[in-house]
Design a protein around this ligand. Structure first.
Ligand SMILES: Nc1ncnc2c1ncn2[C@@H]1O[C@H](COP(=O)(O)OP(=O)(O)OP(=O)(O)O)[C@@H](O)[C@H]1O
Ligand code: NI
Length: 363
């Protein structure tokens, strides 16, 4: 086995043609997912998380196309594979759970048949063995009395139950990589916890890589090894979860940590709104909303991903180039957290330790 990551996304660019001109939903996005690793993709609504997930196996809607970049998965570039070769990987080696899975189940087949079919899709096992495996998968995702429900049809299940069935189908092929776009958002906390545990178990058993989109920082703290922060189609920051929570480098990450739920403090919305992606601002995409923006943030290209804290954490922010003092943005994160949160700030070591301890315990 090589040391190459399981998935390596480089300079990915996905464009949609719209009546008002081209819209670049994913712009020069790069990140990796290792075997057995969980990477959480976070960012405000509309930042390009779903389109990034869809681009991996070329599942973007018809008006979209992958205009540039590569998606290396175990030695092949998925952007260049033939449709039939890609189909063999999709649903087998790489499984997806989509954000809006209303149409993911076929109304005319029982859920047992659909899970069993997914089990048998790429593997030759008897109908009986596939049915037994379907039962066990449905049981593991928290369908009560799974054996008795195998012959029920999707409409006989609630929305949350159907989502669990969709997750069971995704896991049926024992994928090497699971791409899960807010898979537990519609579920109650008990079931969410159960599914997150199941994913962690599968990772331990099978070394499965997991790319997970969520708006819940509690979930990020619980499952992530590394975090990729997106804004307006760009990667703003990447790094290990502990660093991102304890010492967020990019002002956008700092603001995002205060505006998403899951860390206990009062939520503080980010002022202003996402730019129009058909005509994004020059320079750093976040500059119109950034409390630290200076002249050089407002022109040219999005800054490169500078090393923010050693090689593992990087931020697309000029304060981390050689000519600026990054302590300006770090201090500000600390002050902001202490004055605006009744609890401790995101830049505060104590809170972050709790977050990472919680994660270790629950894993
Ligand atoms: N089919 C499409 N045609 C045109 N534009 C699209 C299409 N799908 C997505 N977009 C645009 O691409 C951008 C990124 O959308 P995306 O769904 O990836 O955001 P997201 O980060 O997943 O948001 P959310 O958190 O709400 O799910 C948005 O500006 C969106 O309007
Ligand atoms: Ni989305």
């Amino acid at each position: 086995m090589s040391d190459d990551p399981l998935l390596s996304v480089s300079n990915l660019r996905t464009e949609f043609s719209t009546p008002d001109g081209p819209l670049v939903a994913v712009d020069d996005v790069s990140f990796e997912v290792g075997r057995g690793e969980t990477v959480c993709l976070v960012g405000e609504s509309g930042s390009g998380k779903t389109v990034t997930c869809e681009s991996l196996t070329r599942l973007v809607p018809e008006s979209g196309e992958i205009a540039d970049g590569s998606v290396e998965f175990e030695g092949s570039d998925l952007t260049e594979l033939s449709p039939s070769a890609l189909r063999r990987i999709r649903g087998d080696r790489i499984a997806h759970v989509f954000q809006n899975p209303q149409n993911a189940l076929d109304p005319v087949y029982s859920v047992g048949e659909q899970v069993a079919e997914a089990v048998q899709y790429h593997r030759e096992i008897s109908d009986e063995a596939a049915r037994a495996r379907a039962r066990s998968l449905l049981d593991r995702v928290g369908i009560p009395n799974a054996a008795a429900r195998l012959d029920d049809y999707p409409h006989e299940f609630s929305g949350g139950m159907r989502q669990r069935v969709v997750i069971a189908i995704a896991l049926a092929s024992d994928p090497d990589l699971l791409v899960a776009d807010e898979p537990t958002t519609a579920l109650d906390v008990t079931i969410e916890t159960r599914i997150l545990r199941l994913l962690a178990e599968l990772q331990a058993e099978r070394d499965m890589g997991l790319l997970f989109v969520t708006h819940d920082l509690g979930v990020v703290a619980e499952i992530a090894d590394r975090v990729v922060v997106m804004y307006a189609g760009k990667v703003m920051e990447r790094g290990p979860v502990e660093n991102i929570f304890e010492r967020p480098a990019h002002p956008y990450t700092q603001a995002l940590l205060r505006c998403l739920p899951g860390r206990g403090g009062p939520l503080e919305p980010i002022g202003g709104s996402l730019p129009d992606l058909r005509d994004p601002p020059a320079g750093c995409r976040f500059h119109p909303r950034c409390p630290h923006a200076r002249a050089e943030c407002k022109s040219g290209e999005q800054p490169p991903l500078y090393d923010a804290r050693g090689r593992t954490q990087s931020a697309s922010c000029v304060f981390y180039d050689d000519d600026h003092d990054a302590s300006v943005v770090r201090e500000s994160a600390r002050e902001n957290g202490e004055t605006s949160n009744g609890t401790k700030s995101v830049a505060d070591g104590e809170t972050s330790d709790e977050a990472s301890d919680g994660r270790r315990e629950r894993r």
